[in-house]
Design a protein around this ligand. Sequence first.
Ligand code: PLP
Length: 380
Amino acid sequence: MRVYFDNAATTPLDPAVFEAMKPYLLEQYGNPSSTHSHGRSVRAGIEYARKSIATLLKVTPGEIFFTSGGTEADNTALLGTIHANGVKHVVSSAIEHHAVLHTLEVMERNGEIKLSMVELDAQGRVNYDHLENLLANNPNTLVSLMHANNEIGTLLDIQRVAELAKAHGGFFHSDTVQTMGHYVHDLTKLPADCIVGSAHKFHGPKGIGFLFLRKGHKCGPFIHGGSQERNMRGGTENVAGIIGIAKALELAYAEMEAHQSHVQALKTRMIDQLKERLPGVLFNGTAENAEESLYTVLNVCLPQTEHAGMMLFSLDLHQISASGGSACSSGSQLGSHVLQAIGHDPNRPAVRFSFSKFNTVEEIDYTVDKIVEIYQPVVA
Ligand code: PLP
């Protein structure tokens, strides 16, 4: 059996998404900025896609800007908001994705901002009192906190944070890459200034994302060039990608409840079986509390073993693809900054299993069997 449990890194493309993209790869090749008919029909496709995403998020099409993915959307939101509004103070957290963390760290090093890190508990939950203190003492603050952590799955009370930021006259950006297409984002209720999406996290293609910028929120461009995306993002559009992200989000919204209950059941089954069969197993983050944990992610803190460093390799030998933290930093020798921030014991292997609608109960059972097998000499 070959098992793909690395859906937080990227998800397989839904065949229906590929079918929607196909005409824009083969037949509809005009440049959307051209005024002739070849260009106009492609422009119409892009605007239809924008409208479709806007409708799902309950915003206007003018508030959606296509980007090359989550990283670019985060960079645009942060740099654009800070520069356009004279922001001097940013509150973020030590467990943000590097798309946010490294961007803010560079700005801090350049002397452009003061960066405050909100306190977190051992599950990666924000200390809301500390956040409120930071906001109360610093006017014109930008808060940037992720909705769900990509490594440990801890969920933020995004509504509470958005309201806190607004109550103190601040700005709010959330890296919603891991929750877009997995939860409903109703921006008539959520007072966020900027949120983001990345298609490949919800069965769309790689290399396409979007940034929601609330009407009236001042934000400058990150990529300079032509007048595409209403002067917010120069460069000829990734047309097939744009068609793909809209189709993927439509499907995700249509299937959301079924998808959520299927995936949550897989996660719960894995938790229960591991607890039963592997003494000493723990779970990083808030995994055992479904209300506070992203249902697609399960970060398992395995018992200590001398083979800790070989765990992913051993799983790979059994054709099980999982991750040892964020895939974005795989290949580097550095450990996970997220696990470090929550005080994870480095002697215990941490494996992130992340699921999608295409995974099955059989795959969970097979994987648990293999983990137990790997540990056999240790637990016997
Ligand atoms: N933010 C989070 C939370 C992510 O998990 C990722 C991807 O792993 C990104 C941002 C970056 O998104 P992209 O790969 O589309 O640039």
